[in-house]
Design a protein around this ligand. Sequence first.
Ligand code: IMP
Length: 199
Amino acid sequence: MKIVLATHNKGKMEEMSAILSHLPVQILTLDSFPEIGDIPEPGETLKENAFIKAETVHKLTGLAALADDTGLEVDALDGAPGVYSARYAGEKATFDDNCMKMLKELDGIPMGERTARFRTIISFVKSEEKLWTEGVVEGVILDRKQGDGGFGYDPIFYYPNLKKTFAELKKGEKNNISHRGKALRKFSQILEKRIKSNS
Ligand code: IMP
């Protein structure tokens, strides 16, 4: 089976390919389909957006498609930016713009009140078959950026158990504990069972 990862985000592609590498499937990325541009995310929930992305790529390629949609939920901001995390600092916001806006919004809020979580929904579409899984990781938003790895909000998302931000973790380390890693491992277990029962 060929599965297309419905994302242009290089960081996500690397994380997702690594976690799925043990499966007997061929993983393709949107790099193989340059005609597919950015896919709009008009949904009001992560699940809606995850399925919009997977269904769009499935329709355009005719292949099984796997998408993720992720949100950062900050308790001091009543769960914002959540589903709007990519556009937090505006439509064309860069990762850095979003981090800087978050640091500004939380300015003066004590560490104990900066709790947050990443939530990922993974969606899979292949003809009539539709699957989804969820993964969550709890952390704290730091008061400055720390670390050069990862992408998105990783430099300000501190993981207390390892005393590091996600941007300070090695790639494998992030996948072992992250929201996306958890959701993808649940998905790959389901897919593995289906492949075994069909063979
Ligand atoms: P989306 O799932 O690509 O819509 O992601 C929403 C926003 O969250 C984007 O700004 C991403 O860069 C950010 N994001 C998604 N996954 C991660 C992650 O694993 N670490 C940090 N930021 C992330």
